[in-house]
Write a protein that binds this ligand. Structure first.
Ligand code: ADP
Ligand code: ZN
Ligand code: ZN
Length: 731
């Protein structure tokens, strides 16, 4: 619309709806998708123009005027805007927050889209030769020159700040003498090499590739199911090559944990071109730079975690979602979107195919594949010659278990080490022990802010709450009765590591969990040593279970299976089954046959029996049947209204009021309000009201009527509340 009087603007505030502004002197320049600065309350905020119009519900005198236009061209593409509108609608989330989720930080802050690479300083040839002693009268320059000579790589300001105080004047001196040159580093590591050759695809892979290729240019969704090592990644690579040859773009979504330099390297070496890997270590400038390159079609391959879905890619022709069952694809706070589900919507809007890969598909996706909504492609055997591992349940009832490891498992570890094997132990619990307890009075290490115990971290001699981060020194004696005998039941990864260090003092042991990989680069170091076989025993949490290749592992031990058997969450068993299969898949990938031992007190549990004898698919079909009878997802739809407050009364009061304003709708049931499974967390009380329906439509119609009423409740001011559509976990 030319010279419209008003603009409807998305503003990043937790309020529903768009805000109208007068376009004023900017009427001629504005386009939907451009950012503007607008007065909002007492502040000036950045907003995105969504629509230009000559009509407003409000009187012109009530409206404020746009204070500044930031962009001359839209920062969001039209397919992005369509997707974000759809998402705001579907997740019933304030549209301004949804639009701002999609923007890189620098754009949210109102900066221009122009971004330069990082400035770096490097020795010139003269600088390399120059003797620092000849700079006698400029000791700072001499010091800086020596430093640069010791570290041959170019240095950004960030590094220099950390090691050399007030280095800039000295650097300028060195620049003037032509000993140092200043350049800009490109935001992505540019690669332009000969692509490594691909293996000849086996028949099933070739068939999958051909089928998917034939559907380029139309919306088709695929489930590509195949165990770890069956060659899914090779299928992706073959498809990506096709897209590249056609000059188009491809987006690859991966779980948080698997976006390691190893994966990026594999893609980069094979394809021989620059790819944009959007990982968490990127700074804001690099992110914006990658975003710009994708928007200008300068980079054809984008790999990233869930938010990479919002990268503008005008040439997008294919979306690949690896490990589509992974729960990190769902955002668990703020705008709670599921990247897989939104990817399907985007693909439909763009008429392009989506490939969802997994060894253990989510029941939602599997159900759609079985019903024909997704096309079902299977890779049924391992790509390399390795045989599938032998899985065995280890009944540990009445058996000696020390530090989480039974005698049988301990013996088996010795055997494998003697035969030059590599051992992987999986335990979904970090720290030394989940709590400390007094032997005299039963006192335990309860977190003062949560309904949970504080975990003992013996290495640092501290107690830490894994839910709120609260920590303090571990006591030597009981704070209640002064008794000196405190014991620590249960085992975490740290304890298992210590026990094995004592049993196998000559063996290199590596623990991989969130605690041991905090230092930048630590995870990659550890993964490399694990892959190369240098670390003989690997102990870890889910970090070890996902996506990494450990070709030398011959024995996998799963230590605390029973935790998952009695989960309060209806998805507990599904997640446990996925983890077991994923961990088991680490064994015997190369030529050595693998063995998997599952420690349990419940070897007859139907869950384990089904999984063992009928595999993941048998388990999944049985579970789908149960869900069908209960009308639970994927045969029903859930929404949770959550509240959080400093008192229980406020928390429950708000949800009770909310329930009382529920419009009559027969097709929707509600449960609660009820306290959350962990009622108190980080000093706040939490409760939830669950809505359930067998059909999606009436549920969403009800939400549209209900939420405006909820947000106007008086009791809303005493709580923090959120809505979770299609919740992944019930907490
Ligand atoms: P997945 O992604 O399913 O875990 P990958 O694609 O990573 O499986 O394949 C597992 C291993 O087998 C990799 O080392 C890969 O290079 C190799 N591989 C895959 N397909 C073939 C093939 N057709 N011929 C030879 N090796 C293959
Ligand atoms: Zn005591
Ligand atoms: Zn806590």
């Amino acid at each position: 619309m030319l010279n419209a009087q008003f603009a409807k603007v998305a503003v990043p505030v937790p309020l529903f709806g768009l805000f109208d502004y007068r376009t004023g002197q900017y009427a001629a320049q504005l386009k939907p998708g451009c950012r503007v600065e607008i007065p909002f309350g007492r502040k000036n905020l950045v907003g995105v123009v969504i629509e230009l119009t000559d009509q407003s519900q409000l009187a012109e005198s009530q409206l404020k005027t746009i204070s500044r236009v930031i962009d001359t061209e839209p920062v969001l593409t039209s397919p992005q805007m369509t997707l974000l509108h759809w998402a705001a609608d579907y997740y019933h989330h304030p549209v301004g927050e949804v639009f701002f989720t999609a923007l890189p930080s620098l754009l949210k802050q109102g900066q221009t889209t122009q971004v330069s690479g990082e400035t770096i300083w490097q020795l010139t040839e003269a600088g390399v030769q120059y003797s620092a002693d000849d700079l006698g009268r400029a000791p700072k320059q001499a010091g800086l020159l020596k430093l640069l000579q010791q570290t041959p790589a170019a240095m950004p300001a960030e590094h220099l700040n950390a090691i050399f105080e007030n280095w800039r004047p000295a650097m300028q001196g060195l620049e003037k003498k032509n000993l140092v040159s200043k350049t800009e580093r490109p935001c992505l590591t540019e690669i332009n090499t000969v692509a490594q050759s691909a293996p000849v695809l086996h028949e099933e892979q070739q068939q999958a590739v051909d089928t998917i290729k034939a559907s380029l240019g139309t919306f088709t969704s695929y489930l590509l199911q195949g165990i770890t090592g069956s060659g899914k990644t090779e299928v992706y690579l073959a498809l990506v090559e096709t897209i590249i040859q056609r000059g188009q773009q491809v987006l690859i979504l991966v779980p948080e944990i698997s976006l390691t330099p190893q994966l990026t390297q594999r893609f980069q070496q094979r394809l021989g071109i620059t790819i944009a890997a959007l990982h968490s270590a990127m700074n804001d400038r690099q992110r914006l730079c990658a975003w710009n390159m994708a928007k200008d079609n300068q980079v054809q391959v984008v790999i990233g975690t869930r938010s990479a879905l919002f990268t503008p890619m005008p040439g997008l022709q294919l979306i690949i979602i690896d490990e589509e069952h992974d729960s990190s694809l769902k955002q668990q706070e703020g705008f709670r979107y599921h990247a897989r589900d939104l990817a399907l919507v985007l693909a439909k809007n763009l008429s392009i195919p989506v490939v969802m890969g997994s060894a253990t598909p989510s029941l939602e996706t599997l159900n759609h594949a079985l019903s024909g909504q997704h096309q079902y492609l299977k890779l049924t055997r391992r790509a390399s010659r390795a045989r599938p591992p032998k899985i065995e349940l280890l009944n540990i009832c009445n058996r000696p278990v020390e530090h989480g490891i039974s005698d049988v498992l301990h013996n088996r570890i010795s055997q494998h080490l003697e035969q030059n094997g590599q051992v992987l132990l999986f335990l979904n619990r970090r720290g030394y022990a989940p709590l400390l307890m007094c032997h005299a009075c039963g006192w335990t290490t309860e977190c003062p802010r949560c309904d949970a115990h504080m975990t003992l971290h013996q290495q640092h001699n501290r107690l830490r709450c894994h839910h709120c981060g609260h920590e303090r020194p571990a006591p030597r004696s009981c704070p209640e009765c002064n008794h000196e005998e405190l014991y620590s039941p249960g085992a975490g990864t740290e304890r298992v590591e210590q026990a094995l260090l004592t049993s196998f003092p000559d063996v290199t042991i590596s623990r991989i969990d969130r605690d041991s990989t905090r230092r930048k680069g630590a995870l990659n170091d550890k993964l490399e040593k694990a892959s190369s076989g240098e670390s003989r025993i690997l102990i870890g949490t889910q970090m070890l279970a996902k996506g990494h290749d450990f070709p030398n592992v011959t024995l996998v031990g799963i230590l605390n299976t029973d935790q998952g058997l009695f989960s309060a969450d209806f998805r507990g068993a599904e997640h446990m089954a996925q983890l077991i299969i994923q961990v088991a898949g680490r064994a015997g990938r190369a030529e050595k046959p693998g063995e998997v031992l599952i420690q349990t007190h419940h070897p007859d549990h139907p869950f384990l029996q089904t999984l063992l004898h009928q595999g993941y698919e048998g388990f999944a079909l049985a579970t789908l049947n149960e869900r069908k009878l209960a009308h639970f997802p994927p045969f029903g739809y859930l929404v949770i209204l959550r509240s959080e407050a400093s008192t229980k009364d406020a928390c429950m009061g708000f949800l009770t009021d909310a329930r009382n304003t529920l419009p009559a709708q027969q097709a929707v049931n509600h449960y609660g309000p009820l306290p959350a499974p962990m009622e108190k967390r980080a000093g706040r009380y939490r409760a939830q009201l669950i809505l359930h329906s067998q059909q999606r439509k009436p549920l969403h119609q009800l939400l549209s009527q209900w939420l405006p009423l909820v947000s106007k409740l008086k009791s809303v001011n005493r709580v923090r509340w959120s809505l979770d559509v299609d919740p992944q976990d019930m907490y």
